[in-house]
Design a protein around this ligand. Structure first.
Ligand code: GLU
Ligand code: ZN
Length: 489
């Protein structure tokens, strides 16, 4: 039998790390097994529906670079893949369960149910429907219909016995039927299904063989297994994935950092790094290997390497992954990825010329080792694209020097630069070192005012490379301007 899996997001919010992990594992499992991966949109909760959430689904997976084999955007043989377009199917199936005696109409008013809840609270009794309509006589039923009350359809959860369901990861789980929500609603009075009905009907009709989803859905498993039995269907295999926690052991949330995956793009993470790291949230290949391309994951992923214990999302670790991926990137490739960040500043035009591209490529050796995220490029190279506002004297003067000696240092460096381009980096370093010695200052105190004069900052890419990229004319102009500040003061 062909493996078929699905990712079934509800478009009520953005794609978060946990959801993307679920989607990725389903996708990888399908690929590893030569199966199919389906995207299904569970949008029956019309009050919480958000159009932006739909766009976020497409944007996020486009960015990460993996796609489904069937889904709303590309269609497929078992569609439609959006639940709001399948409402007639759910009604039909709810009706089927009523006819076979597994479900029944409930005419209880909202007020009655609220009163019931209040009373259960007062008595400290478990909350839940009291099954009043379960054995309604046909005449009472007709009476309610005559009054024009549109019922909900409830599922008859067995009053005794237990339900056993197997989870690939957690093993066999037996639940007493009295512990299951008494007679949950399958079809609401507006004719829309609840999650349970739509989810089970679709998984069956879409021929899903394995359900891999977040552990928060585990409590629904017994009910779903009962629904499959009521329909006379074979349930799929279940595999509930471990939670994703923050480094402090709490459920991952905004407090920990970005949880919306698309935000990582905006911050300058590489999709390969994010994908690689997310693949390790609850799965491992062995005890040591950490780096995987998507293609490798497609071959290596397997359910028996899933971890039962919660996964920890460590933002520092993601930063480390990202830095490693940046260092591995080829010059051209990295330059292209940096473009949007430079363009956002107006430093590079929206359609870069060959010359501009070359200019960005020339920056790569200066910064490649210094980037954790792509957006780090902005402060590092700002001095190359923007006028450096003349740094104030106190920034220019090293602690151990006075203004006069700083002027002397900068003047001497200006003369050294006259034939800077004729020498190799090693030779220049030797010349600067010798000059510092001759002036009786530390090398650091010689370089620091130069760095501040050129970049406006005490931290910058390596100095010699910065000079080369800045060009000699601009370098000398900035040194002159700094000298002006010092001599005026
Ligand atoms: N629509 C549910 C969600 O938002 C799907 C849960 C499931 O995979 O069964 O996660
Ligand atoms: Zn009722």
């Amino acid at each position: 039998m062909k493996v078929r899996v699905r990712y079934a997001p509800s478009p009520t919010g953005f794609q978060h790390i946990g959801g993307v992990r679920t989607a990725l594992f389903n996708y990888l499992f399908a690929r590893a097994k030569g199966g199919e991966f389906v995207l299904r949109i569970e949008d029956t909760d019309r009050e919480r529906y958000q159009q932006e959430a739909m766009e976020d689904i497409y944007n996020t997976f486009d960015w990460l670079g993996f796609h489904w084999d069937e889904g709303p955007d590309i269609g497929g043989p078992l569609g439609p893949y959006v639940q709001s377009e399948r409402v007639a199917l759910y009604r039909e199936h709810a009706q089927r369960l009523v006819e076979s005696g597994h479900a029944y109409p409930c005419y209880c008013s909202h007020e009655r149910l609220e009163e019931l809840k209040a009373e259960q609270r007062r008595k400290n009794a478990p909350l839940g429907y009291d099954r009043r309509c379960r054995e309604l006589s046909p005449s009472r039923r007709q009476e309610s219909e005559r009054q024009g009350i549109t019922p909900v359809i409830r599922f008859k959860v067995p009053l005794e016995g237990s339900t056993t369901a197997a989870d690939q990861l957690l093993g066999s789980i037996e639940t007493g039927n009295t512990e299951i929500n008494p007679d949950p609603v399958l079809l609401k009075s507006d004719g829309f299904p609840t999650y349970h009905l739509a989810n089970v009907v679709d998984d069956h009709l879409m021929e899903i063989t394995h359900i891999m989803r977040a552990q928060e859905w585990l409590p629904s498993m017994p009910l779903h297994v009962l629904l499959y039995a009521a329909f006379g269907w074979q349930p799929p295999h279940y595999c509930h994935l471990p939670m994703v926690l923050g480094a402090d052991g709490q459920k991952l949330s905004k407090r920990h950092g970005a949880t919306r995956v698309f935000e990582f793009k905006e911050k300058g993470y590489l999709p390969e790094a994010v994908l690689n790291y997310i693949a390790l949230l609850g799965w491992s290949f062995d005890d040591s290997r950490e780096f995987f391309t998507l293609k490798e994951l497609q071959e290596l992923f397997s359910l028996d390497r899933l971890n039962k214990s919660p996964a920890v999302f460590d933002y520092k670790k993601l930063d480390w992954f990202n830095g490693m991926y940046i260092r591995k990137a080829a010059t051209r490739n990295l330059a292209e990825r940096l473009l949007p960040f430079l363009q956002a500043r107006g430093w590079i035009s929206e359609r870069p010329s060959a010359g501009e591209l070359e200019r960005v490529e020339a920056l790569i050796p200066l910064i490649q080792e210094r980037l954790t995220v792509l957006s780090d490029v902005v402060p590092l190279v700002a001095f190359l694209f923007e006028e450096v506002s003349a740094p104030p004297a106190e920034e220019l003067i090293p602690k151990r020097l006075d203004p006069k000696r700083t002027v002397l240092v900068l003047r001497t460096v200006c003369s050294l630069l006259a034939d800077f381009e004729k020498h190799s980096d090693e030779e220049n370093e030797q010349r600067f070192r010798q000059t510092a010695e001759d002036l009786g200052v530390k090398l650091g105190d010689l370089l620091m005012p130069v760095r501040v004069a050129l970049t406006g900052s005490r931290v910058s890419p390596p100095l010699f490379e910065s000079i080369r990229v800045l060009g000699m004319a601009e370098t000398l102009a900035r040194l002159e301007s700094a000298l002006g500040t010092l001599e005026d003061g």
